[in-house]
Ligand binder design. Structure first.
Ligand code: X2X
Length: 339
């Protein structure tokens, strides 16, 4: 054999061997964690990501969805740590659920920071979104795309709420970032932190009076059937969803497959944002109509009434701005003002 063709043959063999080693390092299944299941747009985003990845990698990457945060015993605030540790390979997670570990993600929970959908987009699709992804990368996860849970509205079983005074002493289930405890305390209510898994029985039994979640969740979880008869559209915060992959898992894939997973995430996320806003955003109020048809009284605070909620929660906003980072919050405010 000529020297040149020998070298070529050795090189070709190396490619084959490394290709085989690569294929062997792929697992037969990867675990994708979500909080809400496939009855919700969130879980449907997971299904869609899985389907697109399978298609784009010709079946090389197979993923199974574990909703209800079942890989962390239903405790959504432990999800981020479990992704880093490799207990979870991939996730579509809410900024709220990861904010106990990634303090900057509390940005989206600052009360009344984002007045409308354009404001959310100006953050996730702009410089702020890039900064947050860079922060996540430093925390050893690979962020790929922004999805959406939605604007979180407040419901309760007791009475219509149009002012902080109406909330006085009312027991609210809140999610696991301490910022929510402080916000509801500032409004005069009595917040209790619990997981989504515990929230529904607590609402059903009357252990808590109210909760806050996007309208799409309110409808899909049929919260009107667990006594939630009053709904206030105050749009005080919104939680984006983030599509991520564990760093070691990401590194184990070929560059082409990584790109396929990224493109699949971007597409699934785009579709997810659209779906999460359907019937809710702009002039489309089909979801609200559905809620009213279920006998729920909807309160839409006037600008003046809304201002009272803003004012009462302002100290919380200011305190948490320091925790999140003054520069990041300034950047977010500027980007929203320019939207
Ligand atoms: O627990 C909630 O309220 C939920 C489902 O919206 C989140 O995971 C943030």
């Amino acid at each position: 054999m000529q020297r040149r063709s020998f070298v070529a043959a050795v090189a070709a063999a190396c490619v084959l061997v490394s290709g085989a080693a690569q294929a062997q390092s792929y697992r037969s299944e990867y675990r994708l964690s979500t909080t809400l299941g496939t009855a919700f747009t969130w879980g449907q985003a997971g299904e869609r990501w899985i389907e697109l990845v399978k298609e784009k990698t010709q079946g090389r990457i197979n993923i199974k969805i574990y909703s209800g945060n079942s890989l962390v015993g239903g405790d959504q605030t432990r999800e981020f740590t479990a992704i880093r540790q490799g207990v979870i390979d991939m996730s579509i997670g809410s900024t709220i659920n990861w904010s106990p570990q990634v303090k900057e993600l509390n940005l989206f929970s600052l009360p009344f920071l984002m007045p409308d959908y354009k404001a959310i987009d100006s953050l996730t699709q702009g410089e702020v979104g890039k900064d947050l992804f860079a922060i996540l990368e430093k925390r050893e996860v690979v962020p790929l795309a922004w999805g959406e849970n939605g604007f979180r509205e407040m419901s309760n079983s007791k009475r219509p709420i149009a002012s902080p005074a109406d909330m006085k002493g009312m027991k609210f289930r809140v999610v696991g970032s301490p910022l929510y405890n402080e916000t509801f305390s500032a409004l005069g209510a009595n917040p209790t932190q619990m997981s989504w898994a515990d929230a529904q029985p607590a609402l059903a039994s009357g252990a808590v009076d109210g909760q806050e979640n996007p309208l799409s969740v309110f409808v899909a979880a049929k919260l009107s059937t667990v006594g939630q008869k009053y709904l206030t559209l105050w749009h005080y915060v919104a939680d984006p969803l983030i599509f991520v992959v564990n760093k070691q898992v990401w590194a184990s894939w070929t560059p082409a497959d990584r790109e396929a997973v990224r493109q699949a995430a971007l597409q699934a996320a785009r579709e997810n944002v659209e779906k999460s806003r359907k019937g809710i955003a702009g002039n489309d109020n089909a979801v609200l109509k559905q809620i009213e048809a279920a006998g729920v009284t909807v309160t839409n605070p006037t600008n003046e009434q809304r201002a009272a909620f803003v004012q009462a929660t302002r100290p919380v906003y200011e305190k948490w701005t320091k925790t999140i980072g003054v520069d990041l919050v300034k950047k977010a405010e500027t980007s929203i003002a320019k939207r």
